[in-house]
Design a protein around this ligand. Sequence first.
Ligand SMILES: NC(=O)c1ccc[n+]([C@@H]2O[C@H](COP(=O)([O-])OP(=O)(O)OC[C@H]3O[C@@H](n4cnc5c(N)ncnc54)[C@H](O)[C@@H]3O)[C@@H](O)[C@H]2O)c1
Length: 82
Amino acid sequence: MKPFGVNSMPDKRILITGGAGFIGSHLAEDLVKTGYSVKIVDDFSTGNVNNILELFNYKNFKMLREALLTKNFWLKPPPTLT
Ligand SMILES: NC(=O)c1ccc[n+]([C@@H]2O[C@H](COP(=O)([O-])OP(=O)(O)OC[C@H]3O[C@@H](n4cnc5c(N)ncnc54)[C@H](O)[C@@H]3O)[C@@H](O)[C@H]2O)c1
């Protein structure tokens, strides 16, 4: 998969919201396996850790368990992508 249809730049860092859900986990899987550094943010309200279990084997994958819409989330520094 070549994301965004242009020259792939695997050194890019990507943040996926809802990354433990159906769409997000598939997107994360493709991007991780392409070589991008991927971090997902998910509160697991409907997502499932089983969707992303395999990705924990990749060092270019990180997960942050957090709800995006809480005031607390936005008051904190943005999640680092490294
Ligand atoms: N096998 C299949 O074909 C299949 C399976 C599941 C779903 N679907 C379809 O996929 C679509 C849904 O997929 P989706 O990925 O949009 O939904 P989803 O619920 O799977 O993913 C949304 C993710 O966002 C997270 N989330 C929600 N609010 C959040 C917040 N405030 N902060 C942080 N995280 C938050 C949830 O925990 C979840 O992981 C539907 O159309 C459904 O019918 C298909």
